[in-house]
Ligand binder design. Structure first.
Ligand code: MRU
Length: 343
């Protein structure tokens, strides 16, 4: 149940599984330069908060290699520009900044007179491996909260593809399925980018976990039938008070869950927590292109010239969340006070 890994470092090169063309094509793209990786993050070759962080860590390795080759012992100064470009590649997922900061602390400590590549590669690999380990821990902690034979809805893709492997929300679902806690998953298709239809449905099928795809608007009617026990999702940024930014539509699901007495679980590593922000109002929300809404696969479906809103994320207030599951522990009824138990 751990076979999909979207990020691979081999032959001194970063390989990313191109998530824009899955599941129809499994295409690996090679990267040697940080600027190209910043583009890959913006354009969604790689997506999902933890996967973006891991990718950025490898990008720092490549930035350092170029800086050393071009500037020799002046390499540290030459890191500023590529790292600033990387930091701008997507605004909401805090794992990006977390990874760049961790790699920066590492490179500032290195000797000016020596190639930084191998020391930084070691740190990037640690970040990558720690993420997979955290996902397995969260899988167990999350599954412990679920009763046998439960039905769940998940939104977007918080799976192996969105992480180093195994997944956050899908990690809990994978573990819960093995333990007999989860018997069926409804995957929201997740307009406009269709991460649910293209990625989550594909991942769950690979692992033979029963999955039914539904249009996002079908979630309320499904909950009204009483069959759904849990909503399980990932997060892009969690603030100190437990508010959660995640894929657009998550907030809508949380409100529906409250109304229908369905429980709401958010699964994310501690690298997704932004302790510097007090609450969700302070989270920068990425606005993506109108074409992602007016077109499907490059084909115009809305009338020419109609404006479209395309916020990539929304914020679910902590009061609508039953549990935040991290590798450092579970926070029930998240609040400023309860979140502090993770510190
Ligand atoms: O725009 P995306 O596909 O990067 O959005 C991804 C999500 O919203 C995920 O739920 C979140 O990053 C958690 S991934 C483990």
């Amino acid at each position: 149940m751990d076979s999909i890994q979207p990020i691979d470092w081999r032959d001194n090169t970063l390989f990313l599984l191109d998530q824009r063309v899955l599941p129809n094509q499994q295409n690996w793209v090679q990267y040697q330069h940080a600027a190209d990786i910043a583009n890959a993050i913006s354009n969604m070759v790689v997506r999902g908060a933890p996967a973006i962080g891991i990718t950025a860590a490898y990008a720092v390795v490549l930035a350092a290699r170029d800086a050393w080759n071009n500037k020799g012992k002046g390499w540290k100064k030459a890191m500023v520009e590529p790292l600033a470009l990387l930091a701008k590649s997507r605004p909401t997922a805090v794992n990006l900044h977390w990874a760049i900061e961790r790699m920066t602390i590492c490179y500032l400590d290195l000797d000016n007179e020596q190639s930084p590549e191998s020391a930084l590669l070691l740190e990037a690999k640690h970040i990558h491996n720690e993420d997979v380990t955290a996902n397995h821990k969260m899988g167990k902690l999350g599954a412990d909260l679920i009763d046998d034979n439960s039905m769940v809805i998940t939104h977007c893709n918080a799976g192996a593809l969105a992480t180093g492997g195994f997944g956050t929300a899908l990690g809990v679902i994978r573990q819960g399925f093995v333990e007999g806690k989860i018997k069926h998953v409804y995957a929201d298709e997740t307009r406009p980018w269709l991460q649910g239809a293209r990625l989550t449905a594909w991942e769950l099928q690979q692992d033979n976990i029963p999955v039914t795809l539904q249009a996002d608007g079908a979630a309320a009617a499904l909950m009204a039938t009483g069959v759904v026990d849990w909503i399980i999702v990932g997060a892009d940024r969690i603030t100190a008070n437990g508010d959660v930014a995640n894929k657009i539509g998550t907030y809508m699901l949380a409100i529906l869950a409250k109304y229908h007495n369905v429980k709401m679980m958010v699964v994310a590593p501690t690298s997704t927590i932004d302790w510097e922000l007090h609450d969700g109002d302070e989270i920068p929300i990425e606005q993506r292109s109108e074409q992602e809404v007016t077109e499907i696969n490059g084909h115009q479906i809305a009338p020419e010239g109609v404006p479209a809103l395309n916020p990539a994320f929304d914020v679910t207030p902590a009061s609508l969340i039953d549990a935040i599951v991290t590798e450092a522990g579970v926070v029930l009824s998240p609040s400023l006070k309860n979140m502090r138990t993770l510190k």
